[in-house]
Design a protein around this ligand. Structure first.
Ligand SMILES: Cc1c2[nH]c(c1CCC(=O)O)Cc1[nH]c(c(CCC(=O)O)c1C)Cc1[nH]c(c(CCC(=O)O)c1C)Cc1[nH]c(c(C)c1CCC(=O)O)C2
Length: 352
C-alpha cells in the first residue's frame, strides 16, 4: 500500500533532484527568459528599466512564463537578478545599457555597516509576489514544470558589491579578502544572513527548488575557495534547511575545476550546475552518486545550431545516460541565439 505521502512527485525535475534517473532528462536553460526572445523585448520595453521589470510582479511573471509557453521547459526560473539582494539591502544599483550592472562600490567598514540585511525581504516583497503569480500560473497551465527560485552565492554577490561593476578578475574584491579578511568576512556573513531570508521567502511563496549562482567562484585559489565559497555556501544551505528541511538546492560554482568534488561533499547541495569547461564524465566520477548534475551545453553551439549543436547535445546525453541529470547550458543563453535553435534542441533532448 502506498500512502499519499509516498506517492512520488510527477514533476520530472523534482524527481531528478530526489536522486532518481529520469530519461529523457528534464531540461531548462539558464537565462531562458531574455533578449533573444521577441516577446521578452516587448515586455522589457514596456517596463522601462531592468529593475522596474524585476519589481513589477505581473511583468516579471509574464517573462518567467514566456519560455515555458514557447518550449514547454521542465523548469521555470524566477525572472530577477542576483544583484537584487544588494539592492534590497540599500546599495544603489542601476543597469546601464551596454555596460551591465553598476553599484556604488563598498570599499570600507562604514559602507558595509550601512547595509541593512533586515530590510532585504521587505524591499524584495514584489519579487515574492512574482513567485506566487508564476506558481499559480504553472499549477493551472503547466503542472509538470517546476519553479526554481535563486540567489547569487555570497562570494559572487560580494564581488559585484565591492567592485561596483562586472570585471574579469574582481581585483578590488579579492584584494579586500586578502588585505582585510575580517571586513570581507563581515560582508559575507551579512550576505549569508540576507540570502537565507530571501531564499526562504521565495520558497514560502512557491519556489520548489533553489539555485545558488556562484559565477566567479573559479577566480579563487583553493584556500580562498574553501573560505569564501565552500564555507559560506555550506552555512547558507544549513540555514535554509533549518527552516525548509526538504527544499532541493542546486549549487553552481562556475569554473570550480578540481574543487568541485569538495564543494559537492561539503556544501550539502543536491545538484551541481556544471560549466562548459568541465568534462561531465569526470564530474560524475568526482562527486557522490546521489548528487544530480546539471549542464553543460556551450551557449555558442546553440547560436551555431545544426550539426554542431546536435553533436554537442548528443555527447552530453551519452555521458549522462543512466544517472540523475538535468539538461541545461553551461552558461547563460546569448542574446543573439535564434529562438528556433532552442526549439530544435528541445526536440533533440526530448527524444533522448
Ligand atoms: C553574474 C550574474 C548576474 N545575474 C545573474 C548572474 C549569475 C549567472 C551568470 O554568471 O550569468 C543571474 C541572473 N540574471 C538574470 C536571471 C533570470 C533568470 C534566467 O532567465 O536565468 C538570472 C538567474 C536576468 C538578467 N540579468 C541581466 C539581464 C539583461 C538585462 C536586460 O534585459 O537588459 C537579464 C535578462 C543583467 C545582468 N545581471 C548581471 C549581469 C552581469 C548582467 C548584465 C549582462 C547582460 O546584460 O546580459 C549579474
Amino acid at each position: 500500500m502506498t500512502g499519499p505521502s509516498e506517492i512520488p512527485t510527477q514533476k520530472p525535475l523534482l524527481r531528478v533532484l530526489a536522486g532518481e534517473t529520469v530519461w529523457p532528462p528534464p531540461m531548462w536553460l539558464m537565462r531562458q527568459a531574455g533578449r533573444y526572445l521577441p516577446e521578452y523585448r516587448e515586455v522589457r520595453a514596456q517596463a522601462g528599466d531592468f529593475i522596474a521589470l524585476c519589481t513589477a510582479p505581473d511583468l516579471a511573471a509574464e517573462v518567467t512564463i514566456q519560455p515555458i509557453r514557447r518550449y514547454g521547459m521542465d523548469g521555470a526560473i524566477l525572472f530577477s537578478d542576483i544583484l537584487m539582494v544588494p539592492w534590497a539591502m540599500g546599495q544603489s544599483l542601476r543597469f546601464a545599457e551596454g555596460e551591465g550592472p553598476m553599484l556604488e562600490p563598498l570599499r570600507d567598514a562604514a559602507a558595509i555597516a550601512r547595509l541593512d540585511p533586515g530590510q532585504c525581504v521587505v524591499r524584495a516583497a514584489p519579487i515574492f509576489e512574482t513567485v506566487r503569480l508564476v506558481r499559480a500560473e504553472l499549477e493551472a497551465h503547466a503542472p509538470r514544470t517546476t519553479l526554481i527560485g535563486f540567489a547569487g552565492s555570497p562570494f559572487t554577490v560580494a564581488c559585484y558589491m565591492v567592485e561596483g561593476h562586472g570585471s574579469r578578475d574582481f581585483a578590488a574584491a579579492r584584494g579586500m579578502a586578502y588585505a582585510d579578511p575580517a571586513l570581507f568576512g563581515r560582508l559575507i556573513r551579512t550576505l549569508v544572513e540576507a540570502s537565507t531570508e530571501y531564499l526562504c521567502a521565495q520558497a514560502e511563496a512557491g519556489a520548489e527548488v533553489l539555485m545558488l549562482f556562484d559565477s566567479w567562484a573559479g577566480l579563487l585559489p583553493p584556500s580562498q575557495f574553501r573560505r569564501w565559497v565552500i564555507e559560506p555556501t555550506a552555512a547558507l544551505v544549513r540555514a535554509v534547511r533549518k527552516r525548509l528541511p526538504s527544499i532541493p538546492i542546486i549549487g553552481f560554482p562556475r569554473l570550480a575545476g578540481v574543487m568541485l568534488a569538495e564543494y559537492a561533499q561539503r556544501t550539502g547541495v543536491q545538484c551541481l550546475g556544471i560549466d562548459t569547461s568541465m568534462d561531465l564524465r569526470l564530474a560524475a566520477a568526482a562527486v557522490p552518486p546521489g548528487i544530480a548534475l546539471q549542464g553543460n551545453l556551450d551557449p555558442l553551439s546553440l547560436i551555431a545550431g545544426g550539426m554542431a549543436l546536435e553533436a554537442e547535445a548528443r555527447s552530453i546525453l551519452a555521458a549522462m545516460r543512466g544517472r540523475p541529470f538535468i539538461f541545461n547550458l553551461g552558461h547563460g543563453i546569448e542574446k543573439v541565439t535564434p529562438p528556433e535553435h532552442v526549439a530544435a534542441l528541445v526536440r533533440l533532448v526530448r527524444t533522448g
